[in-house]
Design a protein around this ligand. Structure first.
Ligand SMILES: CC/C=C\C/C=C\C/C=C\C/C=C\C/C=C\C/C=C\CCC(=O)SCCNC(=O)CCNC(=O)[C@H](O)C(C)(C)COP(=O)(O)OP(=O)(O)OC[C@H]1O[C@@H](n2cnc3c(N)ncnc32)[C@H](O)[C@@H]1OP(=O)(O)O
Ligand SMILES: CCCCCCCCCCCCCCCC(=O)OC[C@@H](O)COP(=O)(O)O
Length: 376
């Protein structure tokens, strides 16, 4: 094992990374709270939150790109490539991996839209410290995954994006939850009852969120980016693997579909989405058979900004930590030392809990319950 690999697997390094993420994240959350009055005075000025959000999300991108050295290859056509990052788009991505959101963020970073990236997220994530709190200020669209309640709130949140000052990608996991064998089996029963072909690699997409997104972003977004992600050698990395500095290779296949090609009528739009997922399934089959996606490879290089932001926060926050530790040891007070140890334990439990949110085996029961099927 080389020096660099040895260093990356050191627990002390993980502690420092988590300390920097927690403390810088909380500082940025605090600054975000200070921007609250700006939302009343001038919405466009309040959107300085794009930069603040970047300081948090780019730390995770830096961990993937620079700490673990994970490589991300993009399969797409050159004409579409020229438009990435230069227009608003709805991204439709498969939802099979714990790290899919992070690979998505990596491509956002490489095309310069990380701070402004959006997602339709389950409302539980709003309460996640740092990331969830950050999202509140980034105008992320939250849903309860209950259509009767979501149809109005989701449409309203999407309408707010009409005057967004920077290009954004709006990510939609139409499957609505991450793939598990049980969720797959149940959703294929639903597919059968609707007379739809079975999917091998995806859950049956939920069509209402896609329809409401496309309808509300007409005139704002130019295209849908149909995206399929896979990791080489059948690997399924976790956030802990990334912290441990393990290197992976992600492949992303993206097709650009102009928004005008998507039907306006709800039923036709649903049929269109089901057909898209059948095509997505065939691309995954192609990947499984050949180890690659169709089409040319055009990978944007990683940029230095995420690393520089990370180094900046690390330098800024390591100094006071060192000072504090020196004072702590010299104080010789058992009570202060015990209180500090308790604080460290609490902080690592908090990070552990946050990482748990990315783990599929700790995921929700959404899509897990047998539904009474009407075969008429
Ligand atoms: C160039 C590079 C390109 C790309 C780079 C890639 C990406 C980068 C882009 C951006 C990055 C940005 C951010 C990333 C960071 C972090 C993201 C992290 C995570 C957040 C993600 C989530 O939280 S996912 C969960 C929340 N999101 C969703 O659920 C969205 C999808 N869901 C919907 O759209 C739903 O319709 C809904 C939520 C709006 C409403 O939910 P509801 O449950 O009420 O759904 P429906 O009404 O649709 O469902 C009822 C119908 O479904 C049928 N049914 C019943 N059971 C099932 C089943 N098990 N499977 C499928 N269908 C089922 C039922 O029969 C009903 O049918 P109808 O015919 O009546 O419709
Ligand atoms: C620098 C690194 C330091 C690491 C510190 C830990 C940070 C934790 C960040 C947590 C980010 C959480 C994003 C989770 C996204 C996600 O994958 O949500 C799942 C949903 O789609 C569907 O949920 P489900 O129905 O349960 O499958």
């Amino acid at each position: 094992m080389g020096f660099w690999q040895g260093l990356r697997s050191q627990f002390l390094c993980h502690l420092i990374i988590c300390y920097v993420f927690l403390v810088s994240g909380l500082i940025i959350n605090l600054v975000q709270i200070c921007t609250l009055p700006l939302w009343l005075l001038n919405k466009q000025v309040a959107r300085v939150n794009i930069r603040l959000g970047y300081c948090i999300s780019s730390q995770m991108v830096a961990a993937l790109e620079w700490w673990s050295g994970t490589e991300c290859t993009l399969y797409t056509d050159p004409e579409s490539y020229r438009l990435y990052g230069k227009e608003n788009a709805v991204v439709v991505l498969n939802h099979r991996f714990e790290m899919d959101f992070l690979c998505g963020w990596t491509f956002c970073e490489r095309f310069g839209v990380l701070g402004s990236s959006k997602v339709m997220a389950k409302k539980e994530l709003r309460f996640l410290p740092i990331i969830g709190w950050m999202w509140y200020f980034l105008e992320i669209v939250f849903c309860k995954r209950k259509w009767e309640e979501d149809r109005r709130t989701v449409a309203e949140s999407l309408q707010n994006l009409h005057d967004y000052p920077e290009n954004f990608w709006f990510l939609l996991f139409c499957e609505g939850t991450r793939f598990t064998p049980k969720k797959h089996q149940i959703s294929m029963q639903v597919a059968e009852s609707k007379g739809l072909p079975k999917l091998k690699y995806h859950l049956l997409p939920r069509t209402k969120g896609f329809w409401v997104t496309v309808q509300n972003l007409r005139g704002t977004a130019a295209a849908v980016y149909d995206s399929n992600l896979n990791f080489r050698n059948n690997q399924a990395p976790t956030l802990v693997d990334i912290l441990n500095g393990k290197k992976y290779h992600a492949d992303l296949y993206v097709r650009r579909i102009p928004l005008e090609e998507i039907p306006e009528d709800e039923a036709e739009c649903a049929t269109w989405l089901h057909k898209l997922y059948q095509e997505k399934d065939s691309f995954q089959e192609h990947y499984t058979q050949t180890g690659r996606f169709p089409g040319p490879i055009l990978t944007p290089p990683r940029r230095p900004w995420a690393l520089m932001n990370w180094l900046f926060w690390t330098c800024l926050l390591l100094y006071p930590l060192g000072l504090f530790l020196a004072l702590l040891i010299s104080s010789g007070s058992t009570l202060t030392i015990l209180a500090s140890v308790a604080l460290c334990v609490a902080a690592s439990l908090a990070v552990h809990w946050m990482i748990g949110q990315t783990e599929i085996n700790k995921g929700s029961s959404y899509g897990n319950k047998e539904v009474p099927l009407n075969n008429n």
